[in-house]
Design a protein around this ligand. Structure first.
Ligand code: PAF
Length: 282
């Protein structure tokens, strides 16, 4: 495995590959590598000559200082995990100064309104931070393809929008959510939940699946009422939001329309940890 912490070293490594027209895959992460990340890397390894994995807890996308401070940082273990998948992967793990100098602030982006829905409304400035770091990584790595998980479905759409609006020559690949056997979506935040809590958290996927079944025959209002009452009856969780939205605009759906694609989006808290999940409702 190759490990770089400076932009100059990473670029010196990548330049000959680029000159030889090799396909470079980029998997941006914030570390605490889990099987979900590994599935993105496996796909990149299959589709490219070289795979770069960035590990960087990006301060500008956190709107909560406590959340940033508590975000898991497990670089040594991450490197071992990545090496066990492939020795060929290039890991880029820079410091905050290396990326931002002494000015860790986000640029402002217009993602045609995608940034105002759900996570954008709940976490002001979050997508400006994501847009800032992802643009910087694209400029640095110049990847052929870049891989993002569908767990952060809104992020995936926003990055597609970024690339379209800024004419960045990269193909964005969305990778389906990687779930444990019990259905729990893999997340770096799961690290901070007790085993008991993790067991209970399978409830989120169960509710989403039942909501999907109801959605086939019932009104949006009925589905919403069902989800609200499930959470009212489960004292382990606090529901932040449940929204059924169009997969294209992410606008909440008021009435179902033939031929439209819908998705259910859920954010809930357990043991003070914020968990996010979603499911296609078609
Ligand atoms: O999804 C994440 O882990 C982050 O938002 C990303 C894309 C690596 C940007 O920091």
């Amino acid at each position: 495995m190759f490990l770089f912490s400076t932009k100059a070293d990473l670029q010196a490594y990548l330049k000959p590959l680029r000159d030889a027209n090799k396909a470079i895959g980029l998997v941006p992460t914030m570390g605490a590598i889990h099987n979900g990340h590994l599935s993105l890397m496996a796909q990149s390894l299959n589709e490219n000559d070289c795979t770069v994995v960035s590990i960087f807890v990006n301060p500008t996308q956190f709107n909560n200082a406590d959340d940033l401070a508590k975000y898991p940082r497990t670089l040594e273990r991450d490197i071992e995990t990545i090496s066990s998948l492939s020795e060929q992967i290039v890991v880029f793990a820079p410091s905050v100064e290396e990326i931002y100098g002494d000015n860790a602030v986000a640029q402002s982006f217009d993602f045609d309104g995608l940034e105002n829905e759900m996570e954008g409304a709940s976490r002001p400035g979050h997508f400006d931070g994501v847009g800032t770091i992802v643009s910087k990584l694209f400029e640095l790595v110049l990847p052929t393809k870049a891989y993002f998980g569908e767990k952060d479905f809104q992020q995936l759409l926003i990055i597609k929008k970024l690339v379209e609006k800024k004419h960045i020559p990269v193909t964005i690949v969305g990778v389906p959510i990687f779930r444990g056997e019990d259905g729990l979506a893999m997340s770096s935040r799961n690290e901070r939940i007790s085993n008991d809590g993790l067991h209970k958290a399978t409830f989120l996927y169960e509710v989403l699946k039942q909501a999907k079944t109801l959605f086939a025959t019932e009104s949006i209002e009925k589905v919403q009422q069902f989800v609200d009452s499930e959470f009212k009856n489960n004292s382990n969780f606090e529901l932040e939001y449940f929204t059924i939205a169009s997969e294209e605009t992410l606008k909440p759906v008021i009435q179902k329309t033939e031929g439209q694609k819908y998705r259910g989006f859920l954010v809930a808290h357990i043991e003070g940890i914020r968990l996010i999940d979603n499911l296609s409702f078609n």
